[in-house]
Design a binder for this molecule. Structure first.
Ligand code: IDP
Ligand code: MG
Length: 137
């Protein structure tokens, strides 16, 4: 059993893809262990993506992530980190495998619908950034 963290990004919420994304996770046998909708401030988005602060796209990314509501969730299951990353597809939707969320719905490299932790280390930072122990099931 492993836990990972995922977000339906503002573009995914705007495109009515909350149920689509959750359905793909549940369809692979993964469990939703925590779930909430919220609207990040710019500062909260910067804190979440602090690992990317030196990147040229940091400003644009954190503006995008704070421009509308998101759905944050914790996903549990065997190999949850890898399974969620596979369901998401590559960062750039042009490189994403057919049938992945990003291949099906992303509009550009930044507006790519979904976030998923890339390692146990990032999951360990990202889960408590959004959820307290009492909110995890
Ligand atoms: P990931 O979401 O697949 O883990 P990361 O490299 O961690 O990809 O980048 C975080 C997010 O930053 C991406 O999901 C995407 O929204 C955005 N991003 C990544 N690379 C670029 C880029 O080259 N230009 C603009 N936005 C980018
Ligand atoms: Mg990443």
């Amino acid at each position: 059993m492993e836990m990972t963290f995922s977000i339906v990004k503002p573009d995914g919420v705007k495109k009515n893809l909350i149920g689509e994304v959750i359905g793909r996770f549940e369809g692979q046998g993964l469990k939703i262990s925590a779930l909430k909708m919220l609207h990040l401030t710019k500062k909260e988005a910067e804190g979440f993506y602090a690992v990317h602060k030196a990147r040229p796209f940091f400003e644009s990314l954190t503006t995008f992530m704070s421009e509308g509501p998101i759905v944050a969730m914790v996903i549990s299951g065997n190999k949850a980190i890898e399974k969620v990353r596979q369901l998401m597809g590559a960062t750039n939707f042009k490189d994403a495998a057919p049938g992945t969320i990003r291949a099906d719905f992303a509009s550009d490299i930044e507006h790519n619908i979904v976030h998923g932790s890339d390692s146990t280390e990032s999951a360990s930072f990202e889960i408590p950034y959004f959820f307290s122990a009492m909110e995890l099931f």
